[in-house]
Structure formats: structure tokens, C-alpha cells
Design a binder for this molecule. Sequence first.
Ligand code: FAD
Length: 439
Amino acid sequence: MQINLPSLDGTENITAVCMRPDRYTRLYEALTCDTPVIARGGGLSYCNAGAGRGCRTVVSTCFDRILAFDAEKRLLTVEPGMRLGDLFEFAVRHGLYFPVLPGHPSITVGGCAGFNVHGKTQHNVGHFIDYVERFTLFHPDHGEITCSRTDHESLFRLTIGGFGLTGYITNITLRLIPLKGRSVLFQKRFVANLKEAVEVMKQLSEKVDVLYSWNNLNKTGDAFGEGIVFSEQFIDEETSARDKPFHLFTPDMRSVLRFNFYYRPSAHMECAVYYNMERLTGVEKRCALKATAFPIHGKEIYYLLFGKQGLREYQMLIPHDEWAGALDDLRALMNRMKMPLTLGSMKFFTGAQDLLNYRGDGICLVLDVPANRNSVEYFNKLDEIVIAHKGVVNLSKDSRLTAGTVATMFPEYERFKNELNEFDPKKRFNSALRMRIDV
Ligand SMILES: Cc1cc2nc3c(=O)[nH]c(=O)nc-3n(C[C@H](O)[C@H](O)[C@H](O)COP(=O)(O)OP(=O)(O)OC[C@H]3O[C@@H](n4cnc5c(N)ncnc54)[C@H](O)[C@@H]3O)c2cc1C
């Protein structure tokens, strides 16, 4: 059946055949056909990585079971459609934790593999790949292949962060870690600007378990990036908070409102209201782990207010030694173009960049604007700044990056493309993302 498959940001709507098999025979049938196929999890990537014109989308969400659990070795084998909220609940029930949790519990494990995602605190726990023990990949021309760091190692690395283009992951074994506490000590530090935010984060980075910021990028002069640094530390205390269930979020829900509510004045007001509410609610609280595990859960209205036209998100990673120069360029651009910036947020990253992974040593800055005529031009200018300062952009957040820009930003672009085409020369797996970045 042909249906509309939107990207989360609402800027890429694709009408394509979509199947949601619920048993393995149907899954393998769905994946074995003459047209190109692509896996889709929760569909919560900002770009359309789980659909493509002329491609068949195979949704994984019926395959969401736990297949094996070795409590002693802390190894959990699951189907790819398992949502992170369920993974979180299972782990915590067993005194364990999965440390790489991106912002929403509706994201699936398969989707995390597709983009080798990071969580709130990349600098001290790493990326999704760091907790993958092994997985089974199905490709109609290769059959089922079990990949790990010792078996099919290059396919292992190409698949985690390979945008679903090497095949369909049918099961995946994750390594959990011991749970350090069932509650967190949540603290806020108010900062005058982006420069101070980075300094405060540097001081805290070795001391806390979770660290990120919120910054108002609409402010100018010395107040550019005024904001809050959030930190969390696990504590072994029970809190009295009611255990609210996680709820579902999908790209269709995001676009239910017709009109965009964010313009320059309303974006200013939204940021001012958020900042002042945070000032009113105190600088420290103890809360249940579940309440802070997924920071966007419960705040989905933020996305809805962009309306049908959608939003554009830009997430850059700038090496530490380039940050000061990049900051000057960003400030100058933001002063010149005066876009309604509805979100600014930072995290620290460590690790080596490879293939097309959003990974490296440096500062991660994310920002949102409404999708309109100016936003593409604006993001193109951000690309120039990122390239000049040797940074990279998160492909899962961006539905407009061109092949040329990706090739310039990512030193291993050609290696990724060559390895992928060697493994799948017929392009049996294809998507809007693959076509756009030409890999
Ligand atoms: C509110 C929110 C907060 C977010 N926060 C973060 C964050 O903090 N850090 C971060 O890194 N990202 C973040 N993201 C982005 C998100 O984590 C990724 O885009 C993720 O890939 C989405 O997973 P999904 O289940 O929705 O998968 P989809 O968007 O449906 O698919 C993503 C990719 O995975 C592939 N895939 C899915 N299932 C399989 C399978 N079975 N086999 C092979 N490939 C498969 C798809 O083909 C596609 O290429 C956030 C997104 C949202 C909406």
C-alpha cells in the first residue's frame, strides 16, 4: 500500500509502498523484491532515511521483543523495533542501564543503529556502537550475516551508522552497564553567554554523569547564548514521584497543526518564557531517573508549533581548538540574518571521527529554525562556517545537505561510498538520504 511517509522535520514527504510485517516469513518476503527497500523504525529522524521515492519501506515496529538476556554478562538481545522506552524500563528493572539514550523513548533500537546515535552525555559514555556486542543483518544477496568486532568487523562498522543501507538488522545484542542509582540529582547553572556556558561545562565535565546546555541564540552582544547548563548525577535514593508511562511520538503527530507559530518575536518570547520558568523552578532537585532520561518526552508541543511547514535542525560538531573562531563567525551570521532561533543547545563530545559518523572531539551545538525560504540559505552559510572550522554535521538531523557538502566535510566519504557499493553493488537498499548524499 502506498502511503505518505514524512520526515520528522516535515520537509521531505514521500509517497511510497510501506509494509509492516509481523512475522519473519513475511519480513524476508518484504525485503526480497526487485524494487529497492529500506528499513524504518520510529521514523523519528529529521531527514527521510527510512523512505525513498520508488523504494519499499519495511517498518520494524512489530518486531519489538526481547530474545535473550544474560544477566551475568549483562547482554540483552532484542528485535530492532524495540523502543528505547521499553529498553530503559527493562534495564532499570534488572538493576542495569543503557547509557546511550537519545531524546525520545519512541526511538527504536534499529534506528539507533542506523545513525550510531549519541545520548545526553556523549563525552563520558560514547556512542551507540560502543554498546553493541553483535547483530544479525539480512541482505537478499548475502543471506543472514552475524557481525561483531571479531566477525565481519568492517561490515559491523559500516552498518552501525550506515543509515540502513547495508541491509536489515533482524536482532541486536546490547551490552548494558550496572545502574548507578534510581534517581538523579538534577542541577542548573545560569550562564551569561555561550562562552561562559562552555567554561562551566569544561569545569563540570569530569564530575557529573550527564551534561548539556540550553542557550538563547536570539540574544545579541555579550548576552549571545545566555542560558542554562544542566547536569545530572545518579543517586541511590527512591523518589516519591508517580511513575508516568512513556507515550508515543511519530512524524504524523508532529504535523497536526496547520500553521507555524514561531516568528522572530514569538521565538524571542518562547525562549524568554522558558528561561524565566527555569529561573522560577529552583536550581536543584532530586527526581526519578525516568523523569529525566528522555528530555524531550512530554515537551512534544515544541515540535507541533512549527505546523505543517515544519522545522530545520542543524547539529554541528566543532573541534575544541576551532571553537573560539567558530563562535565569532556564528555570532556574526546570527546578527546578520536574524532568523527566529527556537532552540540552542550544547554537549561535549570525545572520540575519533570516521566514515559518516557524527562523532569526534569537540563541542556539539544544535539549533532549530522554522522551515521557510530563508532557512536553507541560512543553513548553507552554517555549512561554510563548519567546513572552515573542520567540523561535521549530524546527517540524521538534516534533510538538505548535498553530496558535495558531505564529501567536503567528512574525510572518509569516499571510503564509506566505496565499501557500501562493494557490499551492495545493486543498491538493493536505498532511501531519500542515500539518493541525496549520493553514496
Ligand atoms: C525528540 C528527538 C530527540 C533526538 N535526540 C537525539 C540525540 O540526543 N542524539 C542522537 O544521536 N539522535 C537524536 N535524535 C535522532 C534520532 O535518534 C535518530 O534519527 C534515530 O535514528 C531515530 O530512530 P527511529 O527509530 O525513529 O528510526 P528511523 O528514523 O525510522 O530510521 C533511522 C535509520 O535507521 C535505519 N533502521 C531502522 N531500523 C533498522 C533495521 N532494523 N535495520 C537496519 N537499519 C534500520 C533506517 O533505515 C534509517 O536509516 C532525536 C530525534 C528526536 C525526534
